[in-house]
Design a protein around this ligand. Structure first.
Ligand code: 4NP
Length: 162
C-alpha cells in the first residue's frame, strides 16, 4: 500500500487489509510505504488512527517508511493510492514483471476507472470517506485474489482484441 507521506491513506489501507486477511485466516504479508521520506519513522496521522479505531481497527503501531525499489520484488502486488504515487513507483520498475505488479487500488472496486484516493491530509472531514473507499477496494482485492486472478479486472470495452 503506497501513498505520499505514509501517514494518512496507506496506513489505513494496510490496517484494513491486515484486518480482513486475519478474519479470513489468510497468511499474507501486508505493508505500506510512502513515496516521500517526509514522515519517515512517524506513527500514522492522529486522524487516521481515530478513523481506524472508530471502525474497529488499531493502526497505532505502524511507522512510516520510504518506498524502496526492492519492494517491487518483495511483494506480489503494489497498490498506489493515487496516480502521482503510481507514477513515482513506476520510475523504479525496470522489468515488465515489476511494472505489472503496480496498480491503482481503486481499480479493484471500480475496474478500469483509474480513480485516485483523495489525499485527506488537508481535509479533516475526508478521513471517513477515505476509509470507506479503501474498505471497498480491499474487498475487491480479496475477492479477486481469492479466485487466483493476479491480473486486475479489465472491463468489457477496455479489453484488448484477441
Ligand atoms: P498521505 O497524506 O500521502 O495519505 O500520507 C499526506 C501526508 C503528508 C503530506 C501530504 C499528504 N505532507 O505534505 O506532509
Amino acid at each position: 500500500m503506497v501513498c505520499l507521506g505514509n501517514i494518512c491513506r496507506s496506513p489505513l489501507a494496510e490496517g484494513i487489509m491486515k484486518h480482513k486477511i486475519k478474519q479470513q485466516g489468510l497468511d499474507w504479508q501486508v505493508d505500506s510505504a510512502g513515496t516521500s521520506a517526509w514522515h519517515t519513522g512517524e506513527h500514522p496521522d492522529h486522524r487516521s488512527i481515530i478513523t481506524a479505531r472508530q471502525n474497529g481497527i488499531d493502526i497505532t503501531d505502524q511507522q512510516a517508511r520510504l518506498f524502496k525499489p526492492h519492494d517491487l520484488d518483495n511483494f506480489d502486488l503494489v497498490l498506489a493510492m493515487d496516480d502521482s504515487n503510481r507514477r513515482d513507483i513506476l520510475r523504479f520498475a525496470t522489468t515488465k514483471k515489476q511494472h505489472d505488479k503496480v496498480h491503482l487500488i481503486l481499480n479493484f472496486s471500480h475496474p478500469g476507472s483509474d480513480q485516485s484516493v483523495p489525499d485527506p491530509y488537508w481535509d479533516d472531514n475526508g478521513f471517513e470517506k477515505v476509509f470507506q473507499m479503501l474498505d471497498e477496494a480491499c474487498n475487491g482485492v480479496l475477492e479477486h485474489l481469492a479466485n487466483n486472478q493476479w491480473q486486475i479486472p479489465i472491463p468489457i470495452g477496455k479489453r484488448p482484441e484477441v
